[in-house]
Each structure stands twice: as structure tokens, then as C-alpha cells.
Design a protein around this ligand. Structure first.
Ligand code: NAD
Length: 270
């Protein structure tokens, strides 16, 4: 389908964007199910594992202390900026994102529902106190002065144990000494109801849904396509490769978010 058809569809009213990992690959953050990542072996941490096992938390934090600087340094790309611009101009009422990278806010988007939370925040499982990830990072580095990225790169997802990770010291909540968890929804965890309600409320104001860079394999994103169809509003997809909603979308544009969205913003220029 062409950009003209997409523009025609979105020009009729205000739309909401549902974004996934694919909008951030051009910022250097890998997705899960993209053309190059689909076959890659992955073993992301499960919610229960994190909550129940101190060894799993130790492995998680050891890996993430190395991964965080790259995430923190990522900058929004042309796709994020185009959505922020479309919101400023009144075409877009807001973004529902499955991403945890904060790049929509960084691009200047104002109405953003972060379905799966944000890695920039850490929350205490005991007292709910929130601490910026940057401060937790500083504390982790202070507690583990000798820890090297090589130790973490070798950190296993299974039960094998390596000296470097075994010795890694995890930090606790500054307020109550409780267990800290990144403020994101891990696999097997659930999106808090008020967040889902906010996302549905936003979608219910829209005349169309634009999905960008998501395979929609995860139900927490796919349910918004369902809702849009129940409301009889059009659903447009901008993606590289197949999605779960290919058979039910009004139209589908095969392309890079960082190219299609700026072109769309230009075409929707008054
Ligand atoms: P996904 O990995 O399942 O799907 C991403 C889709 O985007 C794929 O179909 C891929 O081919 C496509 N894609 C890749 N680059 C693209 C580009 N430049 N333009 C257009 N399309 C592109 O992602 P998902 O549906 O968001 O599900 C993954 C889950 O993992 C989400 O729940 C999310 O929270 C989490 N996740 C988040 C991040 C992040 O915050 N950036 C990164 C990886 C995973």
C-alpha cells in the first residue's frame, strides 16, 4: 500500500499511534522479532523468576549494569520526532507504546501511555518508592568496583555459575531495604489496570489507529487492534515484516518507521 493511501486515511481525523520495539531499532535498540532478531536465541527474565530468586536478580542486575549506559545514551530517531510533530499539529492525540526506552518523551511527545513501564525508573517491591535508574546505576557501580563488562557478557540465563556474576552485589531500596525492580513489565507480569484504562481511553478518542514497528505478538499490544476493530475505526500498520494483524488491518505499509513517519508528517502538512 502506498503512502498516499495512508495519508488519505489519517487525514480524516485524529489518530492514536501504538508503537513497538521496531520504532526504536533505528536508534540502535534491538527488537525481539525483527528480520535479524527473530531467530536469535533469547531467554528474557520472567516476572516470577525475578521476584522469587535472588540469584536471578543478581544475574539480571549484573547484565543490566553493563547494558544500561547504551540504553541511556540512545536518542530518538526521525520516527519518534515525526510522531511528536504530528501531535503538536493536532493530527495525533497520543501514543500508546510497548517500549520501555523513554524515546517518545525524549522526542517531545506529550501524551504517552507507557504500557510496559520505563527502564529509567526503579521501584521498590516492598514500599513502592521510585528511584531513578541513573542513581541505582551509580550505587551498583560503587558496590562492584571490580566488575567488568566481560563478566556480564558471559552471565548465563540458566543455572550455571560464573565467578564474576556470583560475586556481583545487588543494591536494595534506600528507603526500606526492600527488593528493587526496574519499573517495567517483565514477561509473565501484567500491565497495571489503570495503565490499560488510560490506553483504552486514549484510543476511544481516536478516529484511526496507526501501529508502528510491532509484530503484535504480545497480547497487551494486540488488544488495541481488537478494540479499534470493535469501534469500527480503521487500523493502519507501518512495519518491516509480518504482524499478527496483517489479515485484519485496513492497510499495511511495508517500510522503516524512520522513513515512513517523516514522509507522513510531510504529507499531512496543512
Ligand atoms: P517485536 O520485536 O515483537 O516486533 C518489532 C517489529 O518491528 C518486527 O516486526 C520488526 O520486523 C519491525 N521493525 C524492526 N525495525 C523496524 C523499523 N525500522 N521500522 C518498522 N518496523 C520495524 O516488538 P514488540 O511488538 O514491541 O514486542 C516486543 C516486546 O518487548 C514489547 O512488549 C516491548 O515492551 C519489549 N521490547 C522493548 C524494546 C524497547 O523499549 N525499545 C526493545 C525490545 C523489546
Amino acid at each position: 500500500m502506498s503512502l498516499e493511501t495512508l495519508t488519505e486515511l489519517l487525514t480524516r481525523g485524529r489518530f492514536v499511534a501504538l508503537t513497538g520495539a521496531g520504532i526504536s531499532t533505528e536508534s540502535g535498540i534491538p527488537d525481539y522479532r525483527g528480520p535479524t532478531t527473530r531467530e536469535r536465541a533469547r531467554n528474557p527474565i520472567q516476572h516470577r523468576q525475578f521476584v522469587e530468586s535472588s540469584a536471578a536478580r543478581q544475574r539480571y542486575w549484573a547484565r543490566s549494569v553493563v547494558g544500561w549506559p547504551k540504553m541511556a545514551a540512545a536518542r530518538p530517531n526521525a520516527g519518534h520526532h515525526a510522531l511528536a510533530e504530528l501531535e503538536r499539529r493536532g493530527h495525533l492525540s497520543g501514543v500508546i507504546t510497548q517500549n520501555v526506552d523513554g524515546l517518545h518523551h525524549a522526542a517531545g511527545s506529550r501524551t504517552v501511555v507507557e504500557l510496559h513501564g520505563a527502564l529509567a525508573r526503579v521501584r521498590c517491591l516492598g514500599c513502592d518508592t521510585v528511584e531513578p535508574r541513573s542513581e541505582v546505576q551509580a550505587r551498583l557501580l560503587q558496590e562492584n568496583p571490580g566488575f567488568s563488562p566481560e563478566d556480564a557478557a558471559m552471565a548465563p540465563d540458566g543455572d550455571a555459575e560464573l565467578g564474576g556474576v556470583d560475586d556481583f552485589r545487588v543494591v536494595d531500596c534506600r528507603a526500606c531495604g526492600g527488593v528493587l525492580k526496574p519499573d517495567v513489565v517483565f514477561f509473565g507480569g501484567s500491565v497495571p489496570r489503570p495503565v490499560v484504562d488510560d490506553a483504552f481511553a486514549l484510543l476511544d478518542t481516536a478516529d484511526a489507529l496507526l501501529v508502528v514497528g510491532s509484530s503484535l505478538a504480545v497480547f497487551s499490544g494486540y488488544r488495541f487492534v481488537r478494540r479499534a476493530r470493535e469501534r469500527n475505526i480503521p487500523v493502519a500498520l507501518v512495519n518491516l515484516g509480518p504482524t499478527r494483524a496483517d489479515g485484519e488491518a485496513t492497510l499495511r505499509v511495508e517500510g522503516r518507521a524512520g522513513e515512513v513517519l517523516p514522509a507522513l508528517a510531510l504529507a499531512l502538512q496543512p
